[in-house]
Design a protein around this ligand. Structure first.
Ligand SMILES: Nc1ncnc2c1ncn2[C@@H]1O[C@H](COP(=O)(O)OP(=O)(O)OP(=O)(O)O)[C@@H](O)[C@H]1O
Length: 325
């Protein structure tokens, strides 16, 4: 497979093995990973811990070299022209990038100066970004006094101070409260829609990928196991999803009972929640309730819904997404 230069981001057959250390076997973090992202869109990489998402971001941002395969960013080959790639991208990593002992404005002005802006231009850019992320009122406060949501917005502002064409966001909303997450989602959407920035997002939140990503790839064991638009991936799962909540002690018996119900498929467990796909949708509920009653299991709730990205994830990864604290 060749790297597609028309895509804003492309990875082709990336392989990366880390040394195990202390006699441990080597770890194949990337095992033939490929995907491509259209310009001006948000693309999400989802996957369990250790799937290879951060390693992919490291390769695409020139922080790590693959053993084999190729990759390009903004049409530039990552291995042949890493300096040009670095100028074209912004990276917002999981760790805060601002200096906590400086103000938001000072951080932004310094970042713009480092990118080669004059003093006047740096001040103007800092003001624009502070206004854009609703941080103007807090501009002259030390970053260490910022709330989690404000600090994260400043991280993103710092990541786009040089107007990159491609922005990498590594778990941008982990640890934020629902209001701050919603605000951050709005900012990310605007970057792609209004400013034509291509965004590669890694996330542990399926609702985040569903809401923001034009396309997404689920990564497991260093490979893309499935890729598509959230709608396509959900549509591929036939039928509806029946979700049954039972007491935790009843889970094994509940699983056995549901596995015997005709018309149900892919019965899975996530803590005290049993999920199954049902071709007949709500029509399956009486048979589900009867099977559980026969097995002597008390049902706390039953819902029937169209498949969600959780169902897509369960189907392809075989276990529920672990949400980081
Ligand atoms: N520097 C390193 N040395 C050795 N092994 C590493 C190194 N970095 C990552 N790995 C291993 O490579 C695999 C992929 O890790 P990676 O960080 O890319 O996964 P991830 O999908 O980003 O996980 P998470 O969601 O936990 O951030 C894991 O098994 C990890 O332990």
């Amino acid at each position: 497979m060749h790297t597609q230069t028309s895509a804003a981001l492309a990875a082709a057959d990336l392989v990366k093995t880390y040394k195990g250390g202390r006699g441990a076997p080597p770890v194949r973090a990337l095992d033939g990973l490929s995907f491509a992202v259209e310009p001006g869109t948000v693309f999400a990489l989802l996957g369990p811990n250790g799937a290879g998402k951060s390693t992919t971001v490291k390769v695409l941002t020139t922080l790590s070299r693959p053993d084999s395969g190729s990759a390009s960013v903004a049409g530039i080959d990552v291995l042949r022209a890493p300096d040009a790639v670095r100028r074209a991208i912004g990276l917002v990593s999981q760790k805060p990038s601002g200096d906590p002992m400086a103000t938001g404005r000072e951080n932004l002005v310094l970042a713009a100066r480092i990118q080669g802006c004059s003093g006047t231009e740096a001040t103007a850019r800092a003001d624009r970004l502070l206004a854009r992320f609703a941080l103007t009122d807090a501009a002259d406060r030390l970053v260490k006094t910022y709330s989690g949501g404000m600090a994260r917005k400043l991280d993103v502002a710092l990541g786009i101070v040089h107007a990159p064409r491609v922005l990498f966001l590594d778990e941008p909303t982990t640890g934020l409260d629902p209001e701050a997450r919603a605000e951050m989602w709005g900012e990310i959407e605007r970057l792609a829609v209004e400013e034509d920035v291509t965004v590669l997002l890694t996330t542990h939140y399926l609702d985040e990928a569903d809401r923001l990503a034009a396309r997404l790839a689920i990564v497991d064991a260093g490979r893309v196991v499935v890729e598509g638009t959230p709608e396509e991936l959900k549509r591929e799962l036939r039928g509806d999803t029946v979700v049954v909540e039972v007491g935790e002690d009843d889970v094994p018996a509940g699983l056995a009972a549901l596995s015997g119900v005709r018309g149900l498929a892919d019965v899975t467990v996530d803590r005290a929640t049993l999920r199954a796909r049902a071709d007949g949708g709500a029509g399956a509920v009486p048979a589900v309730l009867a099977a559980l009653e026969t097995a002597g299991i008390g049902v706390l709730s039953v819902t029937v819904a169209r498949p969600s990205l959780d169902d897509v994830y369960l189907r392809h990864v075989g276990r529920a997404m672990e949400v980081a604290a």
